[in-house]
Design a protein around this ligand. Structure first.
Ligand SMILES: N[C@@H](CCC(=O)N[C@@H](CS)C(=O)NCC(=O)O)C(=O)O
Length: 262
């Protein structure tokens, strides 16, 4: 069976989980913790990033866009890339805009906020693990946190300010692009919607998201979520999740967010 190596709280990983769930692809999930993940991922690739899909007798697939490309060929129903070439180009352009430009900037803001409370960071990424394992991980974070900051380009308050600017931009772009049909490209759900919604979900916390983050939410993170809650694109994210993030079988461990107990 295929194995999916993931971080629980990551928009790139959420993109792939979402596609796997929609297509009903049989697989097993292994959740890794940032820092210790390197030893595991580097067994399969020189690049330490997740998502990583391990397939039987075939080289591993790394990178959310590459995995979605392959899934659309191997498991075409439902197709996430439009068949119309113009719409496909538009969908890929939005995906790339998020993957390469907006999401890395937004992620700095989110990680910086979560890292302010090591126990909460451990609870978010170790959601589903026994509490003693979460505590043990939190105990390593004084050493691991600087590496996580460095790997993600968190250099100081300017990274946080830039993360806010990127999130505001992402919200405005999504609100404008989805105004006509409710979807970012054409009038159907595509990989562009998955990509944008998975990133916006970091700070919108829609109820159907496996990245909802355990309760009680750290006060700093809660403040950040509240700051953007009323934007029309936050409402779009909640709607897209409610309508299209239907399979909750993806969730590989308990969270105390009630919607995820199913
Ligand atoms: N462009 C890649 C980005 C993947 C990425 O940045 N993954 C992060 C998690 S959000 C990661 O695994 N970082 C750990 C590392 O760099 O070692 C994709 O689309 O999958």
């Amino acid at each position: 069976m295929m194995e999916f190596l993931q971080f629980r709280h990551s928009p790139y990983n959420e993109k792939v989980r979402w596609a796997l769930d929609l297509k009903g692809v049989m697989h097993r999930r292994r959740s890794l913790l940032p820092g210790p993940h390197m030893a595991t991922v580097r067994k399969y690739s020189t690049d330490s990033t997740t998502p990583l899909l391990l397939r039987h007798d075939t080289p591993p697939l790394q990178g959310s866009a590459a995995i979605l490309d392959w899934l659309d060929i191997a498991y075409p129903a439902p197709l996430l890339t439009p068949t119309d070439p113009t719409l496909a180009t538009q969908a890929r352009a939005i995906e790339q805009r998020f993957d390469d430009e907006l999401t890395p900037r937004i992620r700095r803001l989110v990680l910086d906020t979560l890292l302010a409370d090591h126990r909460y960071f451990a609870a978010v990424f170790g959601d589903g693990l026994p509490s003693w394992k979460q505590r043990a991980y939190a105990f390593t974070l004084p050493l691991a946190a600087p590496l996580v900051r460095k790997a993600n380009g968190i250099t100081g308050p300017e990274s946080v300010a830039d993360g806010h600017a990127a999130f505001a931009l992402a919200l405005d772009e999504v609100a404008a692009a989805s105004a006509a049909t409710g979807y970012l490209v054409g009038d159907t759900f595509t990989r562009a919607d998955i990509t944008a919604a998975a990133t916006l979900a970091l700070l919108v916390r829609p109820t159907h998201s496996p990245m909802s983050a355990p309760e009680p939410i750290s006060p700093l993170y809660a403040k950040l979520i509240a700051r953007y809650a009323d934007h029309p694109a936050a409402e779009w994210t909640r709607r897209i999740y409610a309508k299209h993030r239907i399979a909750l079988s993806d969730f590989d461990g308990p969270s105390n967010a009630p919607e995820q107990s199913a």
